[in-house]
Design a protein around this ligand. Sequence first.
Ligand code: ARG
Length: 468
Amino acid sequence: MAKKENKVNALWGGRFNSGTNHLAQSFSASVDIDKRLFKTDIQGSIAYAEILKKANIISAKELSKIKKGLKKILEEIIQDKFNWDPALEDVHMNIESRLTAISGIAAKKIHTGRSRNDQVATDLRLFLMEKTDDISNLLISLQESILSKAEIYADSIMPGLTHLQIAQPVTFGHHLMAWYEMLARDYSRLQDAKERMSVMPLGSAALSGTRFNIDRKLLAKKLGFKEISKNSMDAVSDRDFVLELASSLSIIGIHLSRVCEEIIIWSSSQYNYVNLSDEVSTGSSIMPQKKNPDMTELIRGGASKTIANLMGLLSLMKNLPLTYNRDLQEDKAFIFNSVDFTEDSLALLALVIEGMQPNTEKMRQDCFIGQITATDLADYLVEKNMPFRKAHEVVGKIVAHAETKKMQIFELEISELRKFTKLIEDDVVNYLNPEKTILARKQTGGTAPTQVKREIRVAKNSLSKRRL
Ligand code: ARG
């Protein structure tokens, strides 16, 4: 078989006599993954060329040629007419090589004082800043879906659980607003991560900075960065911004997974708390009656990927010396996977929640089992001056008595209750009926419909201001 001659790389092959072995070439090519950075790469190069012109490194004519060429390349890529060549390793060299073909000698100046090390760090930051905004907006949309449901069901009661056992009555609206709060923290974590992401590495060059008179501050402003990096060695090797985003996405992942877990439980025939829309359910190939909550299961299962990606990134980084090491190229597959999963699952979960029909009657019925108002009865005794520990003990005995009779405590006659303590009088009914007891928890954070409605109003107000 004829030996395959590999060509020396045109962009960095000056000192090489022969090209890279074909296995080494395909092993090191990342273009299939990092071509997603094309927009920010082009955006970065256009701004960089403008700054090169300001530094008198290129002429106005060369700048215009470069810009024209880059815009043409952008069009080619968008229209799927661009020929991605794995032999050119990555997105940066594919674009630069095409630029040279289009714009000639001018293009050969674009990389002055720039290295792919600061270029890729800049591109990735820009790309992820945009993705952070997209994900933040998706979070807001999901929160809006939750809010609309919570508003409708602010008064409907359901059993609140601890240890998955019936604990105390709550409102369905209150439960939904708990999900809202989880997502509000996710949103603020993303904004926080974006703050530190918004630092421009460009001008760090390979590792030691640039000798050219590049106006880094203006460059950062053009690209929408808040700050510029202060140490070139750190700037080209830092991937904390990827780790922070991956970690925020894992937390979103586990939140979505937990929400889905509840929806899955609620949609089971035994619970029958919610009915999911056909749009997000699937059938069984053998059991004709089945309507399965597959989308929520896939979100729950898929969330594992966000955790795996975070672990992958952490282990990728942990032994790297300063500054750039090629290992860093591996960061993209992990973080892109987390970003894609998060975007899809946020959008899908909003659909699931919008179409979810609660069975409020079943939820209400279940508030009349499980001795659900036992704590309220203890509170009643406390209000009659019994120390709480004592009240806990007395109610425990009442519960045990009711259970031997296979009854709920609210079904016992007042006279029967009075055998345990004379403090119990007729007004106790307000503490035994779950529909009444929820009304009392009206402190901030409590389940009373008035307070839940107040939280919904506050949430609506703050959401409208948050969209990016
Ligand atoms: N494709 C590389 C990456 O994603 C770009 C930087 C390459 N730098 C180098 N010195 N080989 O990390």
